[in-house]
Write a protein that binds this ligand. Sequence first.
Ligand code: EPU
Length: 428
Amino acid sequence: MEKLKIAGGYPLKGTIKVSGAKNSAVALIPATILADSPVTIEGLPEISDVLTLQSLLEEIGGTVSFEDGEMRVDPSEMISMPLPSGKVKKLRASYYLMGAMLGRFKKAAIGLPGGCHLGPRPIDQHIKGFEALGAEVTNEQGAIYLRADELRGARIYLDVVSVGATINIMLAAVRAKGRTIIENAAKEPEIIDVATLLTNMGAKIKGAGTDVIRIDGVEELSGCRHTIIPDRIEAGTYMILAAASGSGVLIDNVIPLHLESLIAKLREMKVPIEVGAEQVFIGKADHINSVDIKTLVYPGFPTDLQQPFTTLLTKAEGSAVVTDTIYSARFKHIDELRRMNANIKVEGRSAIVNGPIQLQGAKVKASDLRAGAALVIAGLLAEGITEVTGLEHIDRGYSNLVEKLEGLGATIWREKMSAEELEQLKSS
Ligand code: EPU
């Protein structure tokens, strides 16, 4: 097992290129199950979630190749093999195997998903959708079993705006008989990306990106080629990093429209920012103001950037309130930032950040993916050496992180953990 070491306090400069979107990738790959012939997806990020899904598709009989970000999936020999345990537990998005396998085989058995611990993360809305389409859903010893004689289109109102439920219901509905209408659907760009792939495969979907999605089921779907959208959360992470410790950073391969809430907040803080068609330039920010943020569903401020943004606020003048309305417990990074000298306290669903503070290098642990990003930014901003453990979380979502940051002049490297450190980590 490895840890990350960072010598912080040096300004970063140069260009950093954003990879394909993790939260699209983890839905696009299961979506290939629905086709009868090979599907190719270009621009996938090289992250462990993608590799885990590749091997899950292989487990159910898919033939998959993955090279230079291009994945080719031949789903023709796939079978509805039960996946009640094993690799499905490694990532939350394995729940998309439920919708895709139900859509193609009318049955699936998938272990309850893993992923980041951010407080309660129920999947009741996914199940409500599958049941409305005619599936019988049972929970047997930690795995969800889905069975249907046939799937029939239905009108489904989501009680909670959910990215996962919206995509999962789309996956199950594209080969159902008749029309499905999803009301109060999530509007994230990743939903449009998945709908685009499915449409290219032959599905009939209207309204993806709005809160009402209409799907007319088709008998069969066939292979196609699809290019994934850039990762707005990775782009946002690097924009926040550039605002925290950059002296002129160009973030390349961005769709700025996907990041309007972050761009608005950075402008409010007086961060110099120039927005191009596919690039964002963040200039050197000497003196930044505090701003409050509240996470909301898209196009509101994304919960996935709340943790990195908290690190930036330690450098801002004044007191800021960070409120997460999506996940009640997405504050595990705060204790670690405090170890690095941050002045932050948590009150209910909010964190109050007082700045500016000079962060100091320390030994810290990433409890989840975006906590990891927050700590890496903190390490680059801090004086002295920071050690970050829990890299398995960061590797789930940030492609070639060390190499990309080295490209900006960062001093950051991976190091093997000693037996003693591994013991300490286990008992912590
Ligand atoms: N919710 C329910 N019932 C459900 C589904 C969701 O109550 O059936 C609640 C959740 O507990 C949460 C809210 O609804 O409070 C929103 O959850 P959503 O379903 O939208 O989240 P998700 O689909 O499980 C995706 C991303 C997350 C991101 C959220 C919110 C993927 C694989 N994950 O999760 O990304 O935080 O949407 O935008 O797409 C990350 O990338 O670090 C990450 C955690």
